[in-house]
Ligand binder design. Structure first.
Ligand code: SF4
Length: 76
């Protein structure tokens, strides 16, 4: 299971990722991607390649795959 992070501030809601991951994502009334179930977007292992494709093809780089703990923060 991998977590898909969506940056809704960058997304324009055209729905490419929803078309690539209909098992995981749905559209809200404005076209923005939302998970079928409330909470984090969890991608089952058998759909990882689809999620990677969506992440690569997102025109606004609004998708990121990975565990929350893998995010790197730079402290100064
Ligand atoms: S592909 Fe990217 S820009 Fe398009 S709806 Fe999905 S997250 Fe938003």
């Amino acid at each position: 299971m991998t977590r898909l992070h969506i940056d809704w501030t960058a997304c324009d809601g055209r729905g490419l990722c929803v078309e690539l991951l209909p098992e995981v994502l749905d559209r809200d009334p404005w076209g923005y991607p939302i998970p079928h179930r409330q909470g984090p977007v969890e991608v089952p292992d058998h759909l990882t390649s689809h999620a990677e494709k969506a992440t690569t093809l997102c025109p606004l780089l609004a998708l990121r795959l990975g565990d929350e703990g893998s995010r790197q923060h730079v402290r100064r």
